[in-house]
Design a protein. Structure first.
Length: 300
């Protein structure tokens, strides 16, 4: 499955905003039943999700909604009502605040029953999991391997900071507390999530930058995430899409280097030589794999 660069979150109960989000240049869009919908409106918003999935033009994108967390009173009804209402039109459910493999196992079992009852193929509805608390990070490795439905891990920096009792004023960008720490405060969590995802052959997405007007802060946050191996990043406003898509796309220099490396490798391999040199630097098998990753990303 193609890994999206930009993932635009939109309130599930604002269908006007949903239509605008689907008309945007975001690689992926999800309808949010969790943080974007007030508690009193959550139950009613499920019908909006069903309508948007069944009637709106997703322009070839997978249909995705974010349910409420497994430990809330809304979670099970989110899965039941949206799955029964949307049927085969529903592609993926994003589950937030995943703490342990059992959270996904419960969703897997419930979805299997709903699929059987609705005449769908068992396993056709995918799951994406959001890691955003201490317990979730500790269990990320086993969670990533807990169900065949799982296709991606997402990092939730805001709730993760709250879980660790980290002082944080601005989600996704640096504040004065970052200056007090000799390094990137979320590096450990982000690298663990990427490693867990790649070990299980999953896609991986970084969380949002809350200040959608801070273009430079967004660009820096994207660069950090991409440097660690993330496929893409959340957007909470359409104005962020362009920057995210740009940073998570290979540059001309990267593509030129990748093409040189692959061409040199193929030439040396045809000549029966194991030594490959590009621009005066020796290139090994790891360099070939990185170059092919770059070219594959460009094609996708």
């Amino acid at each position: 499955m193609k890994a999206p660069r930009s993932v635009l979150a939109v309130p599930a109960n604002d269908l006007r905003m949903v239509e605008k989000a689907l008309a945007s240049e975001a690689d992926a869009v999800f309808l949010d039943l969790e943080d974007a919908v007030a508690p009193d409106n959550k139950a009613g918003a499920r019908k909006d999700v069903v309508r948007a999935i069944g009637e709106f033009d997703w322009r070839g994108r997978p249909t995705v909604f974010r349910a409420n967390a497994p430990d809330t009173p809304w979670f099970y009804r989110d899965l039941i009502e949206v799955t029964e209402g949307a049927g085969a039109a529903l592609d993926t459910i994003l589950i937030p605040k995943v703490r342990r493999p059992a959270d996904l196992h419960a969703a897997d079992v419930l979805l299997s029953g709903l699929e059987m009852a609705g005449g769908l193929e068992v396993g056709q509805i995918g799951i994406e999991a959001q890691i955003e608390n201490a317990e979730g990070l500790v269990n990320a490795n086993v969670t990533a391997c807990s169900t065949n439905r799982l296709t991606a891990l997402h990092f939730g920096p805001g709730d993760f900071a709250a879980s660790l009792r980290m002082p944080l004023k601005s989600i996704g960008t640096a504040d004065e507390w970052d200056a007090a720490y000799p390094g990137h405060r979320f590096h450990y969590a982000m690298q663990r999530i990427v490693t867990a995802a790649r070990a299980a052959n999953l896609r991986t997405l970084d969380g949002p930058v809350a200040d959608f007007r801070d273009e430079e802060g967004l660009k820096e946050s994207c660069k950090i995430a991409r440097s660690l191996g993330f496929d893409g990043k959340w957007c909470i406003h359409p104005a962020q899409i362009g920057v995210v898509n740009e940073v998570f796309s290979p540059t001309e220099e990267e593509l030129e280097w990748a093409e040189k490396v692959v061409a040199a490798y193929e030439e040396a391999n045809a000549a029966g030589s194991g030594a490959v040199s590009v621009d005066g630097q020796m290139v090994d098998a790891a360099s070939i794999r990185m170059a092919r990753n770059t070219l594959s990303l460009s094609r996708s």
